[in-house]
Design a protein around this ligand. Structure first.
Ligand SMILES: *Cc1c(COP(=O)(O)O)cnc(C)c1O
Length: 396
């Protein structure tokens, strides 16, 4: 059991958190995979055993079926699986023939893989700052960063909310530049009723266990509307080959395991319900923070009109007291994390790009001030109240 309840007397004798003292002390992990596993345990084990009995581990019928099911779910024309979300980004760039000397405009505030994929193909990540409310790349700044060397725009739908895709697509189309969506955190999110990952030229998804649809290990998927591009993606993930031992392209080995596909096929039918539960939890947090009178001290996630946010993360802004708040919540057995503490332009490995402190003030401020709270679907009302009360205790 990941949720443990302790008697107050045992656990918070010296707590300054008066409201929490009146309640039972709880443990609230940032993410609890055990409770979800508990509800699907038999089905998941049967699926894994079925693959073991088939002894067909690479690609195979479960992988093909998962691709079809993801294509239906995302309403994409093509879905091509691969070994991880990171590889999906890399393969997308390779399929579009982005290479040394090229530039790709992207956000400095994302998981490392976004910019790493660009650097991996030899191209230059060109960062532009984010919006302070939504934490996504600002379309006007993309426009200003485009040069004759720009070969792609790579927006990230951070935390499960789409970047401003209409404006981004308009810029891409006007300049004839493809758009690769990093939808790793955003499966099932929508922007003006279009599914994340299906708006741009190629959409990239991750099945890392902490994502809304998480496997039992690594996994990824790419979506595309163009037949030829989908064919290239399919070839590139198997060393650039369509016919065994005949290589038309220099690809990589990035196949999805049958075991992962089988696990993901068990979970996919529940994805909508899980994402709805995350959305409901986000609404409940909003109500609880409002009731606690905390809307001045902290900024809650802002949701753009016309989008469906699927809350892979619930990120609040706690200002200059962020690190102290994290320590306080840790003392109260509440799991948090920072996505992300170091913006990409300040990563050591990217020092050759020549960026410095102050180049992207909003990304840097977000890295200093934000904190992710538990939002997973199985989170209970009591746990959420406890999180909010603990934050209240800290702020007062
Ligand atoms: C998780 C993630 C990735 C990478 O996915 P992996 O499957 O872990 O390789 C890329 N971009 C973003 C924004 C992510 O959150």
């Amino acid at each position: 059991m990941a949720v443990m309840i302790f008697a107050v007397e045992e656990r918070i004798d010296h707590s300054t958190d008066r409201q929490a003292k009146s309640r039972l002390k709880m443990k609230v992990p940032l993410l609890d995979l055990h409770s979800q596993y508990g509800t699907l345990r038999e089905e998941l084990r049967a699926a894994a055993l079925r693959v073991m009995d088939s002894q067909q581990f690479i690609l195979g019928p479960d992988v093909a079926a998962l691709e079809d099911e993801i294509a239906v779910y995302t309403r994409a024309r093509h879905a091509v699986s691969c070994a991880s979300g990171s590889d999906a980004l890399l393969l997308a760039l390779m399929a579009l023939d982005v290479k040394a000397g090229d530039e790709v405009v992207t956000t400095p505030y994302s998981f490392f893989a976004t910019a790493a994929a660009i650097a991996r193909v030899g191209a230059r990540p060109v960062f532009v700052d984010i919006d302070p409310l939504f934490y996504n790349i600002v379309p006007d700044k993309i426009e200003a960063a485009i040069t004759e060397r720009t070969r792609a725009i790579m927006p990230v739908h951070l935390y499960g909310q789409c970047a401003e895709m209409s404006a981004i697509m308009e810029i891409g189309e006007r300049h004839g530049i493809p758009v690769i969506e990093d939808a790793a955190q955003a499966i099932g999110a929508e922007d003006e009723e279009r599914q994340a990952g299906t708006i741009g030229t190629i959409g990239c998804f991750s099945f890392y266990p902490s994502k809304n649809l998480g496997g039992a290990g690594d996994g990824g998927m790419m979506t595309a509307g163009d037949d030829e591009l989908a064919r290239r993606l399919r070839m590139l993930r198997v060393h650039g080959s369509e016919t065994k031992y005949h290589h038309q392209l220099i690809g990589i080995n990035s196949r999805l395991d049958s075991l992962q596909a089988a696990v993901l096929r068990v979970k996919l039918p529940h994805l909508e319900r899980w994402s709805e539960a995350r959305r409901e939890n986000a609404e409940r947090y909003h109500q609880l923070f409002e009731d606690a009178g905390l809307l001045e001290e902290i900024s809650l996630p802002a949701v753009r009109p016309q989008v469906r946010h699927i809350f892979n993360q619930y990120v609040i802004r706690a200002g200059a007291r962020r690190d102290a708040l994290i320590a306080h919540l840790k003392q109260n057995d509440i799991g948090t994390d920072v996505y992300y503490p170091v913006p990409l332009h300040l990563q050591e490995c990217f020092s050759y790009l020549g960026y410095g402190e102050g180049d992207f003030p909003e990304a840097e401020r977000a890295a200093r001030e934000t904190i992710a709270l538990p939002i997973y679907p199985e989170l209970t009302e009591e746990q959420q109240s406890y999180v909010v009360e603990s934050i209240c205790g800290f702020m007062r």
